[in-house]
Design a protein around this ligand. Structure first.
Ligand code: CUA
Length: 332
């Protein structure tokens, strides 16, 4: 390949980084936690930029001024210059203080402490999905975490199996989800929206498919959502496909792993009581529509490598799957 083409390719690759959108950028914080990290990052960036500028300027001046020229004697090296030695010891030490003080301050500010009235949510990592338990509300959901705008939220993060890490970049830093141990994050979201996140610790075959969403609702929006989630599951109307789906659900392996309030008690997989109200399935991997639900029920491991929801034996018939899909979709 001629060299200019290689350059063009390299430049094109660089420029493609400017395209956006950047759903998981940390540079557009949407919470007090996110802003604290962003300010720290910006401050340290400018210190680093200043150091780079000074060092590179001195280096370039030295290269030009002291380069070897015909007939010129070698420049005289400097030895034991007390003033210079004090200067290049004190200057970096001073810069490190300016970096360390805000860093330590931010570490304490983002340690996960929250006021007593904070909304408390237990976050439990599973291979490969997220469980969210709202202790005070008595509410359990999966993969889509709803929080109210402007109210302090405290997440208590742990794991049911291996080590995962909870990370919703616009809202703050990541925290490990460790079995038998609780780590905390506290934040106050400052803009309504839907924010993508994902597991940030390698946890097995579908680590990359262990996504999540944080939905920041207005205060009233959150109240409405919680009311709907707290209600029992919708009962399908008599004679509908959904009603047949409920019967299929009740006699299939589904009940061993999934909870539907009042229908089945399983706790291995996500709680499905209001699965129809979620925007995605399979931990944020696919949109929650009939086509994806049907393929998911038929063969989850084909869509998500290693999925602990295996193919059913014997496989479900197509019309049973269609009925199941209708039932799950009705669980708003
Ligand atoms: Cu869970 Cu990576």
């Amino acid at each position: 390949m001629p060299r200019y083409r290689l350059w063009l390719l390299t430049v094109a690759l660089w420029v493609s980084g400017c395209g956006g959108p950047f759903p998981q950028t940390t540079l557009e914080p949407r919470s007090d936690f996110g802003s604290a990290i962003d300010q720290l990052f910006t401050g340290i960036f400018w210190w680093a930029a200043g150091v780079f500028l000074v060092v590179e300027t001195l280096l370039v001046i030295t290269l030009i001024r002291f380069r070897h020229r015909e007939g010129r004697p070698a420049p005289k090296p400097t030895h034991g210059h007390t003033l210079m030695e004090i200067a290049w010891t004190l200057a970096p030490a001073a810069i490190l203080v300016f970096v360390a003080v805000p860093t330590v301050r931010t570490i304490f500010a983002t340690a996960g402490e929250a006021p007593a009235d904070a909304l408390k949510v237990d976050v439990i990592g599973h291979q490969w999905w997220w469980e969210f338990r709202y202790r005070e509300l008595g509410l359990v959901t999966a993969n889509e975490l709803h929080v109210p705008l402007g109210r302090a939220v405290q997440l208590s993060i742990t794991s049911a199996d291996v080590i995962h890490a909870f990370w919703a970049p616009p809202l703050g830093g990541k925290r490990d989800a460790i079995p038998g141990h609780v780590n905390r994050i506290a934040f106050r979201a400052d803009r309504v929206g839907v924010y993508d996140g994902q597991c940030a610790e390698f946890c097995g075959a579908s680590h990359a498919n262990m996504r999540l969403r944080v939905v920041v609702d207005s205060d009233s929006g959150f109240g409405r959502w919680a009311t709907v989630q707290l209600a029992g599951p919708a009962a399908p109307a008599a004679g509908t496909l959904a009603e047949r789906g409920k019967a299929v659900f009740a006699r299939s392996a589904c009940i061993g792993c999934h909870t539907i309030q009042g229908v089945s008690p399983g706790v291995i997989g996500p709680n499905l009581t209001h699965v129809g109200s979620r925007a995605t399935i399979a931990s944020g991997l696919f949109p929650n529509d009939s086509a994806h639900l049907a393929s998911w029920i038929a063969d989850a491991p084909a869509l998500k490598p290693g999925s602990l929801m295996t193919r059913m034996k014997p496989p479900l018939k197509d019309d049973d799957i269609a009925a199941l899909v209708a039932y799950l979709a009705s669980l708003k």
